[in-house]
Design a protein around this ligand. Structure first.
Ligand code: PRP
Length: 181
């Protein structure tokens, strides 16, 4: 496709994404059969993965969405997470499965998990297509992980560079020339 020309290297192919999505969906389906969870997508990056995942989830579920953004303060360690869009339903006594495109520092999830816990969620787990463990600032390991990647900047499959490339159907590394223009 036209956008391929900006990609230096494919890190996770469409074939691999499909395979991992089906594997994750099978695991999750096994664990959530009788739980009627709310599958919570964190906008906007969750869209491709959540859309693919739910088609393979074989149990009753509700879908919910939140949009949260991080504001980096004076130092890297002072980060506030602001809720731009909140869930439209109560979570008290509900099982929550958060769907993410990537877990990097862990700050977004930490803030969201703390918030949902304070609202009385019965359980909170995370399913993510990508995990970048070397990026962690807050110790957290998602229960369901598609692919672990090294500490490189990636785009595609929901992940953006200046809001672009979310629609690339695989995960890749941008060519340096993209940053220069
Ligand atoms: C990205 C991604 C995760 C978060 C992971 O979202 O979708 O939600 O960052 O990073 P962290 O583990 O360091 O918190 P972003 O805030 O860029 O919003 P977006 O989904 O709209 O791109």
């Amino acid at each position: 496709m036209f956008l391929d020309q900006d990609i230096a290297q494919v890190l996770v192919s469409q074939t691999q994404i499909e395979k991992e999505t089906k594997r994750l969906a099978a695991e999750v389906s096994n664990d959530y059969k009788d739980k009627y969870p709310i599958v919570v997508g964190l906008l906007k990056g969750c869209i491709p993965f959540m859309s693919d995942l739910i088609k393979h989830l074989d149990f009753h579920l509700e879908m919910g969405f939140m949009d949260v953004s991080s504001y980096h303060g004076g130092t890297e360690s002072t980060v506030d997470v602001k809720i731009e869009k909140d869930l439209s339903m109560p979570v008290k006594d509900r099982h929550i499965l958060i769907a993410e495109d990537i877990v990097d520092s862990g700050r977004t999830l930490n803030a969201v998990i703390n918030l949902l816990r304070s609202r009385g969620a019965k359980s909170i787990e995370v399913v993510t297509m990508l995990d970048k463990p070397e990026g962690r600032k807050i110790d957290y390991k998602p229960k369901y992980i598609g692919v672990s990647i090294p500490k490189v900047f990636v785009v595609g499959y929901g992940l953006d560079y200046q809001e672009r490339y979310r629609n690339v159907p695989y995960v890749g590394i941008l060519k340096p020339k993209v940053y220069e223009t």
